[in-house]
Design a protein around this ligand. Sequence first.
Ligand SMILES: [Zn+2]
Length: 332
Amino acid sequence: MKYNKEIYDKAESQLYEFRKKSQEDLEFRKSVLYRRVPEAREIEKELAFTALKVAKAVVCGANVSEEVQHLRERNFKLQERLKEIIANFNFPENYLELHHRCNECKDKGFIDGKMCECMKNLMKKQVYNDVNKLSPLSLSTFETFSLDYYSDIRYEENMPSPREHMNAIFRACVDYADNFSLKSRSILMKGGTGLGKTHLSLAIANTVINNGFAVIYVSAPNMVSCLEKERFKNLEVYSGSEQHFINCDLLIIDDLGSEFLTQFSNSAIYNIVNSRILSSKPTIISTNLDIAEIANNYTERMASRILGESAIYEFYGEDIRQKKGERRRRGL
Ligand SMILES: [Zn+2]
């Protein structure tokens, strides 16, 4: 996959920060140790000194091997003593080593000139972040979702009230997000505007991202515009975004059907949805369209595939955005 220089530079500076942080953490651990065991500081000092002496002995040349041999033995003894202290005071064995995030490349990003997987992952995440920046990801969480806006009056005798119904959908979404895995099902959220589809799909995105998965949350119009830029203007910023839409762990397409319908947008969206279904990757689609409209706008095949692959969450009730507005106007 191709990445532009900006993404590459960002990943490199993240790796630099990791290295800096692990050095600082080590200094901190040392200071804790020195406070508890002053002898350790003396040993560290002497170790640094013997290393210097070895270097000097080599430079000076006289009786090098004997002198160096002696210093190495001394060095070895000091190291052993330090290990003993660490064990006696119940510090972990690797307490005085640098703790890297990636032990393969030691956070350098490269191994023998080949890019390490950790750096590739950092660049991938950077691209997802760039796409997710287009969405108000941090605003909607499960904690800020309120059932109060949904009526508790039953429309029909045998039907749950909108609040009871939404409560069940809410629980299902929390459960889905908490237990998300690469084997999770796809979800189709359908129903009119202002019923909470966007809020709940954003909340799922937040939780799943926090659990360490690569998630792209994107509205259908933004997705189409990313793909158009990539296809027609060859903008490097989004290079590979089609592949990212196809390959991320969870793709959330908000408001399918609100994009400007063209032959390009139809086939681009179909291609992404279909590719993900073929490789069994979960996708969450929220839409105001019903199945017949999806078949009409895209293809019957796409409609039936989505229907076959997804759990369907049907949202009903009154527009809560209107209700929120009313409450504000009435000063509640
Ligand atoms: Zn690495």
